[in-house]
Ligand binder design. Sequence first.
Ligand code: GSH
Length: 202
Amino acid sequence: MSVKLTYFDIRGLGEPIRYLLKYSGINFEDDRISFDDWPKLKPSMPFGQMPLITEGARSCHQSVVIGRYIAKRAKLTGSNDWEDLEIDAVVDTVNDLRQKIGAYYFESNPEHKERLKATLLNETIPFYMQRLENIAQENSGYLAVRKLTWADFFFAAIIDLMSYFSGMDLLKDRPYLQTIKNKVDNLPAIKKWIDVRPKTDF
Ligand SMILES: N[C@@H](CCC(=O)N[C@@H](CS)C(=O)NCC(=O)O)C(=O)O
């Protein structure tokens, strides 16, 4: 069955799904929409946003659930419901931080943005990143259940966007998280993808 991932021509929320599709060996069309074409397409999206996955005649939105769906096929989920809960909790936590960083990056009021920046850099980022680093250490170099799961893929694919939006290298002095990023990015299918994927800022 044909598979298509529709998203902007950026890594962003599409990249964790692209990583998982590549790792799974699922052939897919990497359908990239330009920002100029987006206003025309937006009304046709289920909730006016992307990414969207299309399989044959069916489509579905929401990046995290799409990632989980592909991860199940790639056997990158847990061995039981509790393990899945732990994996999902890490993914949602990384995504919470991504949203907080995004709220800062997209803030248009300069004074409010300065205030958000101070909280983000001095409190929010250290709070989340140190806890994630501890989790990676406790899980022997993985983000959950002491083995490679889609939480590691999600993290490795989205951390660049979080660093770019925050203006900080979020992996600096976080060796366990850096190791996860390296481990995922050096898997043969992912390494190959990184070599050929369109070069974008985030
Ligand atoms: N919760 C959704 C959020 C999707 C989302 O925020 N998409 C953004 C791009 S990253 C978008 O489509 N923005 C264009 C718009 O809202 O018009 C998901 O994870 O898929």
